[in-house]
Design a protein around this ligand. Sequence first.
Ligand SMILES: Nc1ncnc2c1ncn2[C@@H]1O[C@H](COP(=O)(O)OP(=O)(O)OP(=O)(O)O)[C@@H](O)[C@H]1O
Ligand SMILES: [Mg+2]
Length: 578
Amino acid sequence: MTSAAVYMRLLRYLRPYVPQTIMAVACMLLATSASLYVPWIVRDVIDGVLVNKDILLLNAITAGIVVVFALRGFFVYGQNYLMAYVSQKIVIDLRESLFRHFQRLSVSYFDRSRTGKVLSYMTNDVGALQGALAQNVIELSTESLTLIGSLVAMFYLHWQLALLTLITVPLVAQAMKLFGAKLRKASGAMQQRAAEITSVLQEMIVSVRLIRLFVREEYETNRFMRENDNNFTAQMKAAQLSATLSPVIEFLAAIAVTVIIWYGGREVINGNLTSGSLIAFLVYAVNISNPVKRLGNVYGNIQRAVAAADRVFEVLDTLPEIEDAPDAMELSVVKGDVSFNQVGFEYRAGEAALKNLSIEIPAGQILAIVGPSGAGKSTIANLLPRFYDPQAGAICIDGVDIRKVTVRSLREQIAMVPQETILFNASIYENILYGKLDADKASVIEAAKAANAHDFILQLPDGYETQIGERGSQLSGGQRQRIAIARAILKNPRILILDEATSALDAESERVVQDALDKLMVGRTTFVIAHRLSTIQRADKILVMEKGRLIECGRHTELLDAGGLYCKLYSLQTEESL
Ligand SMILES: Nc1ncnc2c1ncn2[C@@H]1O[C@H](COP(=O)(O)OP(=O)(O)OP(=O)(O)O)[C@@H](O)[C@H]1O
Ligand SMILES: [Mg+2]
């Protein structure tokens, strides 16, 4: 997109606040007019009062000055307040649309992106946009008005002198053009570097244990220092450009002032201009050098905003890979038959994670999936709630292709206890309640009991109200897992996916939780992924996966008799426990 297109799109965010913006611009017009009037007063004071020694006029002018400045103050207040209002509103709106868009984006987007980058869009980029719209609109109008008003006054006072002053204009325009493109590039780089800093910081916080354990503090600090230095370089590059731009423009302005004094002074001496008018003319001329310089600033701000907006819009324009089909139906109450028909899937092109997988699970049955690490077990679990769509084949629930129903209604039928437990920085109660937001307290406790979590929860200082820290860091792995199980139990879905759901539990807890899960599985279609084969012997069907392929399939005893990979894995595990 070109700068202009980006900026026009940005301006659309101003639309809901047109009345406030108009009011702000009105305040600005009045405040600027008041400022423009001041040199005129100066002229009257010099020519009328000082030359003619008129006391009455002096009194009138003095009173006039007080009134003009009082009014000006009032309008400046209005302009600043309203503009702050509009700016903040726009920031809120932008953040909200970004957040909403992040909620729509597919899991794969977050696989690809670094968290710190995503954070930076929200903070640095939206922050950079904050002033860009409202503030720039105001500055642009103030400065343009000052410029035009001053020019009109100058032409009125002495048009030849005014024309002479204007010779500097093309020079200034050329300078701005030269710097503009460079400024935009430098600003883009600056924001990019700021995002890197956020990334490194965020990764440091998440991996603090790892860093301590491997004593990599120095290494991480160096990594951060590198990014910090890069950021410094980028900032300085932009600062250097801005710093060069203003003196250049100021120098051109100084030349103009010199010309005015030289030529204007001759005109006063020759009697073609009053001294008051020359002074007023000078004040107006200095007045226009300000807008010219400021317009340069505004121009820089706009370039910076466009660079930030470019990135924000890029996120907003990223289409979610998984979305409801236009004619998607609601998947209402399901029986729970699940089938995979010749499903092929790859996370990255050319690296198949599942190959030609076909399975049938009648409603209410338990399907176990076993196989070595990386075989594609969790991938099967990821495809069912449509975290990803397979590239080949189809997955059906009750015979309906899951791509033909709304994502929401599909996910409402499914609960998953994922391999890596995900908990929020909230109370235990809230974490369980997440499974069904309108559940009452009794059901939450019942779910916790079923997950064998109730007892340990009561032993915590605040019971169910205990805050568990970020990602549940104040709980043990097994405790976290039991809370995740309670959450799934509370959701009470037709289809249940347990991905190593009891892997972090001791033998005793596992037995209790397994009992609870056994009860829970009754009447539901259940996917159980397990490394410990003892937990899945009762499954109706066991899939043995290897490198994305289904290599064996059957009941426990059948697979043992067949003497394949399952038999081998099983005998290895039973030997271990002997
Ligand atoms: N988000 C992802 N992006 C890219 N590749 C992935 C992703 N998740 C998994 N993979 C790859 O897909 C393959 C199957 O992974 P999967 O998680 O299904 O294995 P798994 O059978 O569950 O293994 P484990 O028993 O260790 O949990 C692996 O080779 C893995 O590297
Ligand atoms: Mg897995």
